[in-house]
Design a protein around this ligand. Sequence first.
Ligand SMILES: [Fe+2]
Ligand SMILES: [Fe+2]
Length: 240
Amino acid sequence: MMPVRRDLHFNLLQQRACDWHAQGSHVTHFFNALSLLFPAGERFFMDSVRNYRDRIDDPVLKNQVLGFIGQEAMHTREHIEYNDLLQQAGLPAHKLDKRLWAILNFGRKVLPHSCQLAVTVCLEDYTAMLASLLLEDATRIEGSVEGYAQMWTWHALEETEHKAVSYDVWNTVLKPGLGRYLLRTGVMLATTLAFWLIVFDYHVRLMIADRKRGGHLRGMWRVIKYIYGPRSWRISAHRR
Ligand SMILES: [Fe+2]
Ligand SMILES: [Fe+2]
């Protein structure tokens, strides 16, 4: 599949930044926590693929890389705007964004390019899995405030479109063998741990900052039901 760069803007209502999801504010902040990961995260993805661009000869893969970078650049631009709304709503969005930039800049300095590309391959796999969760079942987003629902659907569709690109680059530029396999699987284990710890940490910090909502234990249960529960639970859930 050839990823297509689409220059789209979304009309996000600032006053609904903490409560745009149909399943309430705790699910909203789960998505908001993910949004805070994108500007630094997607820049890291683009750079780690760019590091190997000169070693790709296949014209189709070259174009797929261009499409991938174009899509991620658009996502980054839109999520920066989205995250500014979170900051305006009184959430520590800029602080958390800066923290991730610091972590990933450190990774850029100390990790070899192959390891950085492996991190990207793993996280692109995660974003594609999250995207298909969102797209395969309309109850995961329906009834939410329009601009936000459109933006997440757009992002999920494009993540699905370009999900194979970094892995194809990986297979093209790294020598096959046990070393490559161990690097990929080892990085997947480490990235899984780091990714979910950061998502959980950011999610909790956003909920604490949005103190006026309260009911955090009940809210977390709703998030768990939202992510892992059957479809019928999402249909029957009412807003707060
Ligand atoms: Fe993206
Ligand atoms: Fe992506």
